[in-house]
Design a protein around this ligand. Structure first.
Ligand code: HOZ
Length: 438
């Protein structure tokens, strides 16, 4: 496939931008080859600067639940841009967004808009520390809560992909305040809480693990976290930056029925523009400045364009049957991938929650990080390139979830299925390994 223009841009970008990318998950460092440079997207498709067309299952890592350039979102952005892009003063849109979030997630009684998921989790942690008067945070191995210092300890996503789950630059003193338990293993949490519970401000968790591929919580795991937090006086924070308004109208908390004290959001609520939010119990959120004393601020927080794009996106997800249709589309993709793998003798389990999914090339179903790591990474890498060559764009890591949008129609889904069959055939053909590496 011709990637000449992408290669030229990438070569120049590497001189000016670390690794040539503005977020490590976009790099092809762990899979080899040149990241495609995208020229444009429409619906389920995108095109690179060399004119290659792809069915897009990256979808900006989650925000684009309606696909690229949904006309309702584009119209909202255009309309809003004509009235001004930022004011440093409150706008009515922010109230509408807060109301929309609180209506769909009634456990969010107050909410503060920020600019990214990272900001949301950092701010939630500061608030939990202030509210409880405690300093420790308990997180899970392989969960990723953005790049705040306290969370870059045994982190997933790009940190795991690129082999730096504990980032240099995080001070030892701060890292010592982060306890790490095994996700989906309540006993590991109970052990840590028995020892340190009186000092733990909050337990923060991805209710569905989406940064080590895609793993569903075991029955009772999240309920158990609620119980343990209550027993030790710690707050329970659900990081729903990925799952919020994506896996259900009310995020994963709606599905599991566990009521978190705080929730962090991002991605879908901005419809593809930068945004984040944290919210939850009124007594806790009332501590946020200027209502309370916990300082947190932002020049572009609640940005009118991001809010308009997010509101238009959320309104579209209100159509009857929206999430059911999305679920069916993702289920079909999961079936096609698993079926194609089976036809070619590749052991494969597809983790899926609604429109987020990830195939593991492993013999056992994946329940936690340790089993995710048993997925055949070398085979996955070859298959990733084979899929790209057949016009399907996947995240360049076996530890990133794929995303499906409402624009992924039957034609796009069947293209993914055909590509998967051909790609498995190519990578399992004797002597294929060199040919299919990008
Ligand atoms: N939060 C995203 C999913 N792992 C990653 C996005 C990024 O780091 O650029």
């Amino acid at each position: 496939m011709n990637l000449e223009r992408s290669e030229q841009i990438f070569a120049a970008a590497r001189q000016l931008i670390p690794g040539g990318v503005n977020s490590p998950v976009r790099a092809y460092k762990s899979v080899g080859g040149t990241p495609i440079h995208v020229a444009r997207g429409a619906g389920a498709l995108c095109w690179d600067v060399d004119g290659n067309e792809y069915v897009d299952l990256v979808l900006s890592y989650g925000p684009l639940i309606l696909g690229h350039c949904d006309p309702r979102v584009v119209a909202a952005i255009e309309r809003t841009a004509r009235t001004g892009t930022a004011f440093g003063a409150p706008t009515e849109g922010e109230l509408l967004m807060a109301r929309t979030i609180a209506q769909r997630m009634p456990w969010i009684e107050m909410v503060r808009l920020v600019n990214s998921g990272t900001e949301a989790t950092m701010s939630a942690l500061r608030l939990a520390r202030a509210f409880t008067g405690r300093e420790l945070v308990l997180k899970f191995d392989g969960n990723y809560h953005g790049h705040g210092d306290s969370f870059l300890v045994k982190a997933g996503s790009g940190a795991l992909t690129h082999g730096a789950p504990d980032s240099p630059g995080v001070t030892r003193a701060l890292a010592a305040l982060t306890l790490v338990a095994d996700w989906n293993d309540l006993a590991s949490v109970e052990r840590l809480m028995q020892q340190h519970g009186r000092g733990v401000a909050c337990v923060i968790v991805e209710p569905v693990a989406g940064n080590v591929g895609l793993i569903q919580p075991a029955p009772g795991f999240l309920e158990g976290l609620r119980r343990v937090c209550d027993a030790h006086g710690a707050l329970l924070v659900f990081d729903e930056v990925m799952t919020g308004f994506r896996v259900a109208r009310g995020g994963y908390a709606q599905i599991c029925g566990v009521r978190p004290d705080l929730v962090t959001l991002g991605k879908v609520i901005g419809g593809g523009l930068p945004i984040g939010a944290y919210g939850g119990r009124r007594d806790v959120m009332s501590r946020v400045s200027p209502a309370g004393d916990v300082y947190q601020a932002g020049t572009l927080s609640g940005n009118p364009l991001a809010v308009a794009a997010g509101l238009a996106t959320l309104a579209a997800t209100d159509e009857p049957g929206f999430y059911e249709r999305l679920d069916r589309a993702a289920a079909r993709i999961a079936d096609l991938i698993a079926g194609a793998a089976g036809e070619h003798g590749v052991p494969c389990h597809v983790g899926r929650q609604g429109s987020m999914l990830c195939p593991y090339f492993s013999r056992e179903p994946v329940r936690m990080l340790a089993t995710a790591m048993t997925s055949d990474r070398a085979l996955w890498t070859r298959w990733f390139h084979a899929m790209k060559e057949r016009g399907v764009l996947l995240p360049p890591s076996p530890f990133e979830a794929w995303f499906v949008s409402s624009a992924h129609d039957d034609a796009a889904i069947e293209r993914v299925g055909r590509a998967a069959r051909d790609a498995f055939a190519a990578v399992t053909r004797p002597g294929s390994s060199r040919a299919s590496q990008g």
